[in-house]
Design a protein around this ligand. Sequence first.
Ligand code: PMP
Length: 400
Amino acid sequence: RFADVAQAPPDPILGVSEAFKRCTDPKKLNLGVGAYRDENLKPMVLDVVRKAEAKIFAANKDHEYLPIEGLDTFRKATIDLLLGAGHPAIKDDRVAVIQSLSGTGSLRVGAAFIARFLPKGTTVYISNPTWGNHRNIFADENVEWKYYRYFDADTVGLDFKGMVEDLKAAPAGSVVLLHGCAHNPTGVDPTADQWAAIADLCKERNLLPFFDVAYQGFATGDLDKDAFAPRLFVDKGLEVMVAQSYSKNLGLYGERVGAMSIVTSDKDAATRCLSQLKRLARPLYSNPPTHGARIAAEIVNDQELFTEWKAEMMGMAGRIARVRGELQAALEAKYPSKDWSFVTRQIGMFSFTGLTPAQVDNMTNKHAIYMTRDGRISLAGLNSAKVDYLAEAMIDSVRN
Ligand code: PMP
């Protein structure tokens, strides 16, 4: 019976962390997983999170189940964070919000909703490349997915023309998965004008935008600016699906804090959508975890803590921007004939280095630098002390 179960391959992203743990080289560096590290490369707990936790513990709360849809104060906080408090869609009660298991679980509930309530055969278009788990999430719900062109390796920028062509060719009614900001893995986002054109195209072609908002705050350091794209789409009158995560911006990775929302054009539709989201969640995990939701709600709903969070968010984004600049400068100093300007043009947690799988193997096997085989490095795992070492390893790998 179980003897015939085949061994699964390691996860392309989390498998990197497993290999890093096994490595005994003292110079080893983990640039695989997108988790924020402080300047000493240690996991960081935000001060506002500590403060919110102190308040929660002081209130001596119980451990009862949450409702299937999650904690009300959290659901309000999360849609406020996305659209801005007082947004007309919120005031009109046109949004169905279900607290779910961080970004991944929210995307999965969204995929289940697509499978059950959108017409049979509805295809989800995802960017090429994208976060590796997107494919798994839709495939495991038996939702067909296809790529749209996104990254242009020659310009190390957006292939906007290719993206528009592919979306124009998508059948009406298709879903388009869009990264809200700080595209993973490329660090390349559309400009404001390009976002507007994509929104207009979705309207014209009756495409349903599904935003994956996993890095709000990490593109510019500003939580509002980073919500530009989903707000623009909603303000243009589009209905959208959105999966939000607090893993990165509140550093609540293991607490699994996030939400799946559907912004509809009328209140009754939102009520019905929520009823169905609950029905999908019930047999999957019944109800979401409490602790992280309480933390996020304390922070977003409290003016003082919210202001403090914004400052800490700037600090995290600022540290990443600084090591980005340092890495580019080191690469330019050591290998001036090559154009390294892409390093600071890219935004968010990652740099998409253009290293080939063979070059990535050289980075890992020779230099003990762990990264995903698509050539992505997480700058959140880099500090000033390691910049030179990384630059030298990259150049060695590019030259060989
Ligand atoms: N979407 C993207 C693009 C991501 O990079 C991630 C995290 N790596 C997620 C969603 C989900 O992360 P989590 O489930 O921890 O919220």
